[in-house]
Design a protein around this ligand. Structure first.
Ligand code: IMP
Length: 194
C-alpha cells in the first residue's frame, strides 16, 4: 500500500518511515510532485491536519494523512500551541522559536509542557483523526543536535535528556507523533484483517 504523508518536513518523514511496516510505502509531498506550501489557516491542530490532508485528496486523489503539532506550555496558558511553527515570526525558524520560548519562561518555575499531534487520515472516502500527547518540560538551555523544531529544549517525562539528545527510535516510542502514528497503524491493521 502507498500512502502520502502531507508534509515537506524530511525529519517527520524519516521518523514516521521508521515506524511503519515495510508493506506500507510512505510518499512525501515531493515524491508526488507537490511543492506547494499548503495553507494552515485553521485555529486548531485538528483543523490544520484536515486542511493539509484534504488538499492532497482534492489535488492528487491519493490516500493520504497529514499531521499538525503544537507545543503547549502550562505557564503560558497553552501557548505557543497551534501557532508553534510561527511563534517567533513568519520565517518559522526553529532557533528563533526556541529563543523566544526560553525568554518567555526566564523567571517561571513551572516549565511543564506537552507536545500534541493530531493526524487526519483520508482513506476510502472517509476521514479519521488520531491524536498523541507527549508530556514533559522545557529545559533552561538547549541540548542536543538530533531531531528538529523544539527538540533541543523539550525533556520528555521520565527522561533526563531532551528529545534532541535521544536516539530517534526512543523518541518514536514516547513522542506525540509516534503515539498518533501507532493508532493510525492499528486502524490500518484492523482494516486489512476485516
Ligand atoms: P507542524 O506540525 O509542522 O506545523 O509543527 C508545529 C511546530 O512544532 C513547528 O515549529 C515544528 O518544528 C514543531 N514540531 C513539530 N513536531 C515536533 C517534534 O517532534 N519535535 C520538536 N518540534 C516539533
Amino acid at each position: 500500500m502507498e500512502i502520502v504523508f502531507a508534509t515537506h518536513n524530511k525529519n517527520k518523514v524519516y521518523e514516521v518511515q521508521l515506524l511503519v511496516p515495510k508493506h506500507i510505502k510512505i510518499l512525501s509531498l515531493e515524491a508526488i510532485g507537490c511543492f506547494d506550501e499548503i495553507p494552515e489557516t485553521a485555529g486548531t491542530l485538528a483543523g490544520n491536519a484536515k486542511l493539509k490532508a484534504d488538499y492532497v485528496t482534492q489535488n492528487y486523489k491519493l490516500p493520504c494523512f497529514a499531521d499538525d503539532t503544537g507545543l503547549l506550555v502550562e505557564s503560558l496558558h497553552g501557548a505557543p500551541g497551534v501557532l508553534s511553527a510561527r511563534y517567533a515570526g513568519e520565517q518559522k525558524d526553529a532557533t528563533d522559536n526556541m529563543d523566544k520560548l526560553l525568554a518567555a519562561l526566564e523567571n517561571k518555575k513551572n516549565r511543564n509542557a506537552k507536545f500534541e499531534t493530531v493526524i487526519a487520515l483520508n482513506l476510502n472516502g472517509q476521514q479519521i483523526l488520531f491524536n498523541g500527547i507527549a508530556p514533559g518540560e522545557i529545559t533552561v538551555t538547549k541540548s542536543g543536535v538530533k531531531g528538529f523544531g523544539y527538540d533541543p529544549i523539550f525533556k520528555p517525562e521520565g527522561y533526563d535528556k531532551t528529545f534532541a539528545e535521544l536516539p530517534v527510535e526512543i523518541k518514536n516510542t514516547i513522542s506525540h507523533r509516534g503515539k498518533a502514528i501507532k493508532k493510525l497503524l492499528d486502524y490500518l491493521n484492523k482494516l486489512e484483517n476485516q
